[in-house]
Ligand binder design. Structure first.
Ligand SMILES: Nc1ncnc2c1ncn2[C@@H]1O[C@H](COP(=O)(O)OP(=O)(O)OP(=O)(O)O)[C@@H](O)[C@H]1O
Length: 264
């Protein structure tokens, strides 16, 4: 379980108790608070995407999840779309539409959207992710990294508080996949910015150095089992990471920041 932060405005968003999925995830529990960024880390096949898909409310699971004051299983799809957005790991869809139309789908379930505010938010997100010049391009004509940024823009738009005041939770499965290092940095800044507006963020991540720097809380999985969860320093000890990832790791300080060096 995670510790609540000191902020008096921190709100409990989600409580998961003994969530599990047959042969993929053993029972584990976690709590998510507004404004906090939780990274889910672990080797390939350890259950990271399974956790995110369970939290999305789109898949069956064992255990109990309370989202705000209601059971996650009691939400219908339109209500879920107001409260959380979910960037899954996926390839391009088979349909063919321009980027601006794809982005408009992200807010299609929202009611009474202020169009002027929507335009401002769209401009800001597109500028941050450098996709302003892609809006009229067909989604089938984007590179892998461009498509990932468009999908990320859609996920953030759906839960951007100024256009969706009910938004609480952003779930991102490997948002850095296919991004170059500059775009990756922009993605982390965007994620921090949305968290600072009160959204609880959960993201699957493979870059342990980014997790060390960017996460407030960490869930470490191995073979479907939650090995540890809590604050970054508490979870990401060198001994534990070496045992789970089965590779040599040194921790050094670089200009005052901790840094993991992989030595095998
Ligand atoms: N659709 C599926 N049907 C059956 N087993 C699955 C399915 N999807 C994943 N699994 C299995 O469930 C386990 C957890 O998979 P999951 O995708 O959650 O892992 P992950 O940690 O996200 O992996 P990666 O880092 O490779 O993306 C793995 O053993 C995987 O083989």
């Amino acid at each position: 379980m995670f510790e609540k932060s000191d902020s008096s405005t921190t709100e409990l968003i989600l409580t998961a108790q003994n969530i599990a999925f047959v042969s993929r995830l053993l029972p584990m529990s976690l709590m998510l608070y507004s404004g906090q960024i939780t990274h889910v880390i672990g080797p390939n096949g350890s259950g990271k995407s399974t956790v995110l898909s369970i939290l999305s409310g789109l898949f069956d699971y064992e255990g109990r999840i309370k989202l705000l004051s209601d059971d996650l299983a009691d939400y219908d799809l339109p209500s879920l779309a107001h409260v959380r957005s979910y960037l899954s790991q996926q390839d391009k869809p088979s349909f063919s539409i321009p980027v601006f139309q794809y982005l408009s789908l992200a807010v299609s379930a929202l009611h009474d959207v202020d169009m002027a505010q929507l335009q401002l938010t769209l401009d800001e997100i597109c500028q941050r992710l450098d996709i302003q010049d892609k809006l009229s391009r067909n989604i089938q004509q984007l590179s892998g990294g461009e498509w990932q940024r468009v999908r990320l823009a859609a996920a953030c738009l759906q839960v951007w508080p100024s256009i969706n005041p009910q938004a609480k939770l952003l779930l991102l499965d490997e948002p850095a996949a296919a991004l170059d290092i500059g775009q990756e940095a922009a993605m982390y800044q965007l994620v921090r910015s949305i968290a600072m507006q009160g959204i609880a963020v959960v993201m699957v991540n493979h870059d342990l150095n980014r997790t060390l720097r960017e996460a407030d809380n960490v869930v470490l999985l191995d073979h479907g089992r939650c090995i540890a969860c809590g604050g970054v320093e508490q979870v990401m000890t060198v001994d534990r990471l070496q045992a789970v990832f089965k590779t040599g790791i040194h921790r050094i300080d670089h200009q005052g920041f901790p840094c993991l060096v992989f030595v095998d």
